[in-house]
Design a protein around this ligand. Structure first.
Ligand SMILES: Cc1ncc(COP(=O)(O)O)c(C=O)c1O
Length: 413
């Protein structure tokens, strides 16, 4: 069995009981299935068929070295949103030309490194940033490869904090301004426009915004072509949602077909930057119940040893994650408010959950935590970053050890 499944009442990852891993490594603990990561990458890859494409996995979703090394081994390239992610990618062995570099606020130091490295593209998000790249490349006597991140003014209908394609969002250059900018690339000395890029948001569960954005990208590619600017590819961003609650989400095939249909007439290869859809379902955060206390006449608090410091999504976006007991106890369903240990009332991991009875010491798994989980963990309340474990082929290994007190104090004098 690949991924998280229950065998004889016990929750396992690729067949390895989560209780065995937690007993050895303690909690809270991230556990990932290498096989599921590989399978999801391959399914997306196959969904594009023979249309020329490249998958640039979005490091922001989860950039633990062992995980990105898995993806590298099966052909993935990189989408980075900071020079730190670029450097992690290089440390894992990715070549600069396998890396696209996004981000709405790149410092001069970041841009200088990006230009010097000759990345596949620096995706510029404003005309000001374009000018900064141009000035840097000019000074270095080189030609910088850039893509324009287009803001298509499209509502991704995702959570407002992860919708990025509306004019009121801080991202990208408005489509009309891009259109006006395109002909200028014929005469620029120090920058070469290699692509147009769009990313309208994350956890998108309807194909319409994705399709509309791809159509807009193709229209602009035709404008570029007519202006005599030849692009190398179109970058359609990431954004495909996953099912956190069992509801229907578009398949990889629907996602790929929407892009390919929209851009086929341009004959340009497609780059995609998926993060969540590759690693989200392949990870769980395993925690232990620390306390059970009364709440209302019909519900109790279950206080667990993971909260907003380990998984910020519920507190940040009111995000839903399925929570399951690792060893289900016999008994009728009870209502629990599953809360973390952090000193904030907002540190609620799951509201009003109906679960088989929990007791102090029990393990629970917070499901679909492979994306935007460990990467967003913090040291709030001086809590150490949790350990991470990768299960592969019936065995498991620690891929990031738990922080220690010495780690927590290492930067302080
Ligand atoms: C520019 C860019 N590309 C790709 C992604 C990855 O998105 P997702 O994890 O939804 O696939 C993001 C995340 O929002 C992003 O900002």
């Amino acid at each position: 069995m690949i991924g998280f499944s229950r065998t004889s009442e016990e929750l396992t990852c690729d067949g390895v009981p989560l209780s065995v891993i937690a007993a050895a490594e303690g909690t809270p603990l991230y556990v990932y299935s290498a096989a599921l990561i590989r399978r999801r990458y391959r399914e997306l890859n196959v969904a594009f068929g023979d249309y020329p494409h490249a998958i640039h996995y979005a490091f922001k979703a989860n950039s633990t070295r062992a995980i990105v090394a898995e993806l590298k081994a099966i052909g993935s390239a990189v989408d980075a949103v900071s020079m730190w992610e670029v450097e992690v990618a290089r440390a894992v062995g990715f070549a600069p030309r396998q890396i696209v570099f996004d981000g709405v606020g790149k410092s001069d130091a970041e841009l200088e490194s990006a230009v010097a490295l000759d990345l596949k593209a620096i995706n510029v998000e404003s005309t000001g940033e374009l000018q900064r790249v141009e000035a840097i490349a000019d000074r270095m006597g080189t030609l910088a490869r850039v893509a324009i991140r287009v803001n298509p003014d499209i509502d991704a209908k995702s959570h407002p904090h992860i919708s990025t394609g509306l004019k009121i969002n801080k991202f990208g250059i408005p489509a009309e301004d891009t259109q006006a900018l395109l002909p200028t690339f014929k005469n620029r000395r120090a920058v070469q426009l290699v692509a147009l890029h769009v990313h309208v948001g994350s956890q998108i569960t309807s194909m319409d915004p994705i399709r509309h954005a791809a159509v807009r990208l193709a229209e602009l590619a035709r404008v570029a072509h007519q202006a005599g600017v030849s692009l190398e590819y179109l970058d359609a961003g990431g954004g495909l949602g996953i099912s956190y609650d069992g509801g229907q989400v578009p398949s990889f095939r629907e996602y790929a077909t929407a892009f390919v249909d929209a851009v086929r007439s341009t004959r340009l290869p497609i780059v995609v930057e998926p993060g969540r859809s590759i690693v989200g379902p392949a990870g769980a955060l395993v925690a232990r119940v620390l306390d059970i206390k009364p709440r209302t006449a019909t519900s109790e608090f279950a206080v667990i040893d993971a909260g907003m410091s380990e998984l910020m999504r519920p507190a940040l976006y009111n995000a839903f994650h399925l929570i399951e007991p690792v060893d289900a106890r016999i008994g009728g369903l009870r209502q629990y408010e599953i809360v973390g240990p952090v000193c904030e009332s907002g540190d609620v991991v799951g509201r009003d959950r109906m679960l088989t009875p929990l007791d102090i010491g029990d393990l629970v798994a917070i499901c679909d935590a492979g994306a935007y989980g460990a990467v967003m963990a913090s040291n709030y309340n001086r809590r150490p970053l949790p350990a991470e474990v990768l299960v592969d082929n019936g065995t498991w290994r620690v891929i990031r050890r738990r922080q220690t007190l010495a780690d927590l104090l290492a930067l302080e004098m």
